[in-house]
Each structure stands twice: as structure tokens, then as C-alpha cells.
Write a new protein. Structure first.
Ligand SMILES: [Fe+2]
Ligand SMILES: [Fe+2]
Lengths: 270, 431
């Protein structure tokens, strides 16, 4: 069975990733081909128009699809690292900030406005805590690579820089970016610390409309979860894509983002 | 003190009682590069499905450990803390970077003279596999390889094809007997020689240099094809390559050192060496080069040492010969072992020797300059009488070469009739 997946070219490595997937699935139950788009907005439109069978979506793009179809779509597979994703509030060490309520009157750095983990969900959790941008805190946005939903990490790098340089008091980044910055030593743990962690949520997911047959969906899921990282091509793809295993998607991981994006008519940043 | 297991996690407390496979005490480090590096090692040490215990006195880890676990394929089995300590028990999920546990506590025996290669087959480093996988690549034998690396194109990747127990001892011998072509030869004692004798020496050196070069290139070619899991033959062939480089150097120096110079090279030599150079099978190439070629060279070098007109010439060939003995010993051990395990491979040897002889039959001309030079050496000069007197000694050398070649062929396990046949097919170029 041939299935065409749409994905966003947020980096040149995306071509390598999808050529590898195309190659390793050549003999698999689902043979994957791909089409690349420059933005997730274009990708969502392509999925809705039936130009692709599935979309490799960010959480923002998944929820956009979900809202556009009144729920007639579903997530099939995600990276193991997409499950239990969190956003971190980063502050200078010993800033005295420990809770979202402490951000009243502060300058708060966010990543790209379409990034679920570095902007939309953090703003949502602030709103839940009773804080509105402009009224209770000053948003310092870093709208870099808009359309890529934060995939490039450029805006998260800018958030950490702003907090380090003091042009923002605090900032939000995703936990993979934060831990990688700590592990590689690009962040000095004597300078910055994570003072708050969001509830866990799910991030990227392969998305299909309800019109995709159950058989096709199952074949797709099995092809992905059975990829063997001992195969050098699979290993390379997984390293580039940032996972160790593909796991089934559960809708429950998107509740907060659906709530954040419902009705606002905006990307979520107030 | 561990807290009670959370609701809905029955049995967690029982697992907490289990002995962890690895433990990581982060002390008072905050989450940062140092702590994360220590965690990485502990995760590998716990191994696939192993239990990892992490203890810290820094509260900031409490928020970071779940993220770390998720991003590193580990599950939090239990978490507990008191006023000062935080403790996790994590289950490390199988992954390409947790595949096995490396050795710890292995120690090589000492023998007089140091740590010897003959003793180094210990622990996992001493487990020589029947087949080396392409993805092991350059991973040292005994180290734990992460999966998913590149596939390396080593074509000699079976133990039976390359690995002999004797090689380690030969390698120790090679290391012990290295010498220096600049300072270990008493170049100052090289006397002026009559032109004819100097010419004979220079002609012989010219021939030797050309032959030494094939003895360098052929092992170098196969060395690059041997899977590094079979480290001993790789290291030994590296020593052979360097031995041959030194021979090329010292024979060239001798030709140039005394007012003579490099002389004539024959098409027969070139074709003969080319027929070795193009060999693609390690077993038959080893046989043709080390057993037949270098074996015959032992007798040639003995002859030159015996009749050398000066002590420097005698010394350089004597030293080269001592290296060659090691190369021949390696070849004999290798071919003998393969034939013992696969006697039908005799046919490959016969076929290779016959094919080579057929290839060389087309070459006209012989080795007149080399034969003349050897005769002048044995005759003590270049006069007609001296050459005439020297020739029978050269013919006796050829007969001796044949006799001893048959002996070496029998040593590798060939029956006498086959040995006799193969020796007669051998190239008039000696190598
Ligand atoms: Fe040599
Ligand atoms: Fe040699």
C-alpha cells in the first residue's frame, strides 16, 4: 500500500529524513512517499484538500486540523518524545519566581506565536492562572520562522538569550530544547534555571482525516512502530528526527491545546 | 526513605526493594551538563531493561527528571524524597545505545618483558567472533557498540579467513626486532669496491627494491580489507608493510651509497610482480607472496649475504632476511591453518599457481642482468673467468631454492607430489 505523507521542510535535514523513510518502507506494508511544504498552514490545507493521505503535524497543526474538521480527524503515531512533552519557565537563578502568579508585572519571553510549546500553551496556562498579556505581564515575542510552529528552535534560543541578557525577566521553552541546552553546556546552570514545568501534553503526530480507511491507518501505524533502530538507515532517521521509537497517538494529550485554540480565532497568543 | 507507591501503581514498592543495576549519585549538582553526563553513563551501565537508581540533594532535579526520562527512553518506576534527598528508580528501556555491559575488572597477566600480546585474549576483548558484522566497524573488540552506525565495507570478515592464533607472537617478534636503516647499518665501513663488484651489488639491489615494493603493496591492500575485529592480523600486516618499507629504503640506500646507482629492471620482473599485485584473494595471495615468493627470497638473501663483497651489503641483506623469516612464518602458519580446516582449498592454490605460470609464459626474456650479477658476486669479479666460475654457484642456488621451496610447501601441508609440481611452476623471478 502506498501512502503519501505531507511534512514541513523546516530544515534541509527534512529531505534526508523523508528519503530515509521512503527507503526503509520500500518493502514494508505501507510504502511511504512524501511531499514537503514550506509551512504547516499549507500542509493542513493540503491534508484537508486530500492532496496527501497523512500529515506529519505539530500539535498546533493537529489541533488546527481537528478544529477545522470538527474532530473528524485523528492522530495515528508520534515519537516517544512527543508524549509527555512539557513547557519550562526559565528564569535567572535565585530570581524568587516560583509560580506563574509571580509573573505579574514581568517581561515574559515567548517563542514563535504559532509554537504550541513555546507560546500558545504557555499563554494558555498563564490565562488559566488569571494572567493576561498586556494587562498582567508584558509579552516579549520572538516570532522567528513563523509557519514552522517552533520546529527550528530558533525562537527558543532567542528566549534563553533574552533571559540571560536581561531583556526579558523570564521565558518559555520546550523541555527538549531546555535539556539539550543544559546537556551541551550552552546554558550555564548557575545562570538560568527552570522554575516551573507545565502539565504534560502531546506534541507532533501523524494526522489522518476520518476519510482514511481503517485498514490504511492500521498498516501505517504498524509500519512505523515496527521500524528497527538497529537498521542504520532507521537509526539515522530517528536521530535526525529526535526519537527512539514510534508510539501510538492518544487524543487525550491535546486537550489543553484544543482548549487554548478553540474559539480564540487566533494562534493563542493574547 | 521512599514514599509509598502512588495510587494505581501496585507493586512499585516491591520493585523499589530490588537491587538496581546501576546507581547515580548526583550529590548537590544542579541540573546541568555535569549531572546529565553522569546520568548518561549510569543509564548505559544499567543496560537494557535494567534498573537505574538516581539520588540527588538538589531539588531542581525534581522537575527535570521526568523530562530527562522521557527523552532518554526511561520510565520512572518510583520516586521518593525526604527533607534533603530525592531518589528515583528508573527502568531503562532497550535502545540502540544500551545494548550490553562492558567489562570491568579485567586485568592482563604480566610476564617478564612486559604486557604481551600473547596474553591479551581476556574478557570480552578476547572473544574472537566467527563472523564480524559490518556495523561493528572500528569498534574495539570487547567494547559495547551502539547500534545504528554505518556499515563498513570490510570484505575479510570471517575468522577462518584471517585469524590465526600464532599471529600475536609473531607481532611481538616484529616489534622487538625493528631496526633503523639509517643508524643501525655501519655505513661508514662501506669500502670502495672494484667497479664490477659494485655494479653487481647495485644490480642486485635494484632487483631487490622492485620486489620489496610488491611485498609492501600486497599486504597493504589486504590489510585494508580485514575487519578490525580481527585486530592481530591487521597489526601484523601493518608491521610487514613497515618492514618492507625499510627494506625498500635500505636497498635503495645501498645502491646509491657507494658511487654506483640503480641499474636495470627487467620486463620479467615487472610482469611477475604485476601478477602478484593483481591477486584478489587473500588466501592465495598469502600463499604466493609469503610462502612461495618470500620463502624463495630467504635463499636468495642468504646467497647475497654469503658472497657479499663488503660488510655493509652483507649486513643489509642479513637484517632484511631476518624480517623475511617472520613474514614466511606468518604465511606458512596462515596457509597451513586454512588447509587444515578446509583441505579442498589446495585446489585454489594449485589453480592460482598454474594461472600465474600461464600468465608469465607469455613474457619473453629472462633475468640476464640479475643472473650475471649473482655470478659475478660468487665468482668474485667481472672477468670472463670469474663470471664463468661463478655461474655453477648460481645454478646450485636455484637448485637449493627448489629443494627448500618443496620443503616449505610440505610444511603447509601439501603432499610431496603437489609440492614438487608447484615449486616447478614458480616464477624465475623468485618472487
Ligand atoms: Fe622484504
Ligand atoms: Fe617480506
Amino acid at each position: 500500500m502506498e501512502l503519501t505523507v505531507g511534512a514541513v521542510a523546516y530544515d534541509p535535514k527534512v529531505v534526508t529524513i523523508w528519503e530515509l523513510i521512503r527507503d526503509v518502507t520500500a518493502g514494508a506494508p505501507a510504502h511511504i512517499d512524501y511531499v514537503l511544504y514550506s509551512t504547516y498552514e499549507a500542509l493542513v490545507e493540503a491534508l484537508l484538500a486530500g492532496a496527501v493521505d497523512l500529515a506529519w503535524n505539530t500539535n498546533t497543526a493537529f489541533v488546527r486540523t481537528y478544529l477545522r474538521t470538527q474532530g473528524r480527524c485523528r492522530g495515528l503515531v508520534m515519537r516517544d518524545t512527543d508524549r509527555g512533552y512539557t513547557s519550562k519557565l526559565i528564569a535567572p537563578v535565585d530570581s524568587g519566581i516560583a509560580r506563574l502568579e509571580d509573573l505579574r508585572g514581568k517581561r515574559v519571553a515567548f517563542g514563535s506565536r504559532d509554537s504550541g510549546h513555546a507560546a500558545i500553551l504557555p499563554a494558555y496556562y498563564l490565562r488559566q492562572a488569571g494572567l493576561e498579556a498586556g494587562r498582567d505581564y508584558r509579552a516579549v515575542p520572538f516570532d522567528l520562522d513563523v509557519g514552522k510552529h517552533g520546529d527550528t528552535g530558533a525562537s527558543e534560543g532567542a528566549v534563553l538569550d533574552a533571559v540571560r541578557k536581561g531583556t526579558a525577566d523570564v521565558g518559555f521553552v520546550g523541555d527538549p530544547f531546555w535539556l539539550r541546552a543544559l546537556a551541551t553546556g550552552t546554558v550555564d546552570e548557575r545562570e538560568l534555571e527552570a522554575v516551573w514545568t507545565s502539565p504534560p501534553y502531546s506534541h507532533c503526530t501523524f494526522t489522518a482525516l476520518s476519510t482514511l480507511s481503517e485498514a490504511a491507518a492500521q498498516t501505517f501505524v504498524e509500519t512505523f512502530v515496527h521500524m528497527d533502530p538497529a537498521d542504520p538507515r532507521v537509526r539515522r532517521m530517528m536521530d535526525l528526527e529526535g526519537l527512539r521509537a514510534w508510539v501510538p497517538t492518544e487524543l487525550s494529550g491535546y486537550g489543553d491545546l484544543i482548549a487554548a485554540m478553540s474559539g480564540s480565532g487566533r494562534d493563542g497568543l493574547g | 526513605m521512599m514514599s509509598q507507591p502512588p495510587e494505581g501503581a501496585p507493586g512499585a514498592f516491591d520493585i523499589v526493594q530490588a537491587v538496581p543495576d546501576a546507581r547515580c549519585d548526583l550529590g548537590t549538582l544542579p541540573p546541568g551538563q555535569a549531572g546529565l553526563l553522569l546520568l548518561e553513563r549510569a543509564r548505559r551501565d544499567a543496560g537494557a531493561s535494567g534498573l537505574l537508581e538516581v539520588v540527588t540533594r538538589h531539588a531542581r532535579w525534581v522537575a527535570e527528571m521526568p523530562s530527562w526520562a522521557r527523552l532518554h527512553s526511561a520510565e520512572v518506576v518510583a520516586f521518593g524524597d525526604d527533607q534533603t534527598h530525592h531518589r528515583w528508580l528508573l527502568r531503562v528501556l532497550p535502545g540502540p545505545d544500551v545494548r550490553g555491559r562492558p567489562d570491568w575488572g579485567v586485568r592482563l597477566p604480566r610476564r617478564a618483558g612486559g604486557v604481551d600480546l600473547r596474553d591479551w585474549l581476556v574478557g570480552q576483548a578476547g572473544q574472537v567472533a566467527e563472523r564480524a558484522e559490518a556495523w561493528w566497524g572500528l569498534v574495539p573488540r570487547g567494547a559495547v557498540a551502539e547500534a545504528g552506525g554505518p556499515l563498513w565495507p570490510f570484505t575479510l570478515a570471517r575468522r577462518e579467513a584471517v585469524w590465526d592464533g600464532e599471529t600475536a607472537g609473531l607481532l611481538e617478534d616484529a616489534t622487538r626486532r625493528q631496526w633503523n636503516a639509517t643508524t643501525d647499518i655501519a655505513w661508514d665501513s662501506l669500502p670502495a669496491l672494484p667497479d664490477d663488484l659494485e655494479w653487481a651489488v647495485c644490480q642486485i639491489m635494484t632487483f631487490l627494491v622492485e620486489n620489496e615494493l610488491v611485498a609492501l603493496y600486497v599486504p597493504a591492500k589486504f590489510l585494508a580489507q580485514i575487519h578490525p575485529h580481527y585486530l592481530e592480523p591487521v597489526l601484523f600486516l601493518a608491521s610487514v608493510v613497515y618492514d618492507e618499507a625499510r627494506h625498500v629504503e635500505v636497498f635503495t640506500k645501498r645502491a646509491l651509497a657507494n658511487g654506483g646507482g640503480l641499474q636495470y629492471s627487467s620486463a620479467l620482473s615487472a610482469w611477475s610482480l604485476h601478477s602478484l599485485f593483481v591477486q584478489e584473494d587473500y588466501f592465495t595471495a598469502s600463499f604466493l607472496l609469503h610462502v612461495l615468493g618470500e620463502g624463495t627470497f630467504l635463499d636468495l638473501l642468504s646467497f647475497v649475504a654469503e658472497w657479499a663483497p663488503d660488510p655493509v651489503t652483507a649486513e643489509v641483506v642479513r637484517r632484511a632476511r631476518s624480517d623475511e623469516q617472520r613474514h614466511v612464518a606468518y604465511g606458512i602458519a596462515h596457509v597451513r591453518r586454512v588447509l587444515r580446516e578446509a583441505s579442498q582449498r589446495v585446489e585454489d592454490l594449485v589453480a592460482a599457481a598454474e594461472a600465474r605460470q600461464a600468465y608469465l609464459q607469455a613474457v619473453s626474456g629472462g633475468q640476464p642482468m640479475m643472473t650475471l650479477a649473482l655470478a659475478m658476486l660468487a665468482g668474485g669479479g667481472g672477468t670472463p673467468a670469474a663470471v664463468d666460475a661463478g655461474l655453477p654457484t648460481v645454478h646450485a642456488l636455484y637448485a637449493e631454492m627448489h629443494r627448500r621451496r618443496v620443503g616449505r610447501l610440505q610444511q603447509v601441508g601439501l603432499p610431496e607430489s603437489v609440492a614438487e609440481h608447484l615449486s616447478r611452476l614458480h616464477t624465475p623471478n623468485f618472487m
